[in-house]
Design a protein around this ligand. Sequence first.
Ligand SMILES: [Zn+2]
Length: 231
Amino acid sequence: MEELTKDMKYYNYYYESYSAVLGGFIGEYYTEKKDENEKSFEKKYGVKVFSPIAKNYSFSHYDDFGNSRSYGFKRTHLGNDLLGSIGTPIIAVESGKVEHIGWNQYGGWRIGIRSLDSKRYYYYAHLRKGHPYSEGLEEGSTVKAGDVIGYLGMTGYSIKENVNNINIPHLHFGMELIFDESQFDSANEIWIDVYQIIEFLKKYRSEVYMANNETKDYERKFDFMESNSFE
Ligand SMILES: [Zn+2]
């Protein structure tokens, strides 16, 4: 067998893979203090990512990564389907920048968010017909881990926009690793099985409330900041 060296193409992937999957999951952050009249923050260290499903909303899932899908063309399922009620607030797992937002034939109303270190791309699909996203979100927007980004629905599997063509309301959640920009949106995309990550994140849920009675938009209850954005 060939010896592992830094010059090998796969060596770097192997070496980088832990930080590519989990980098950004743990670190210093600031969280809004609860039970105080004036908004104030406290510094913490630990897990700083959230479940994509808001606190107090139920969902079910099983490890469906790699199952076959037949709409359009035969392909494998590169994510995890979280079954829940229409309108359930969907949460940004990690802080990042909105890279894609809008209609996609397969994902319906979908949103793609790239982590701040650009190594992880989070894909949330089949959002609610009529009112898929939190108000004001657009390509280039920055979101914080725990922010409400949209609402669970059943859109997709249609060239025509804003169509419910999915049988069971669910969030399709996907996570892609990007070691090298050339892999992004290519035949060499690396999507990982996030089932265990979703299980782990059940302990880290973002609490929400209806912040706008007219638009019916929800927002997170307790603010959060990455430590490097607080200075
Ligand atoms: Zn799916």
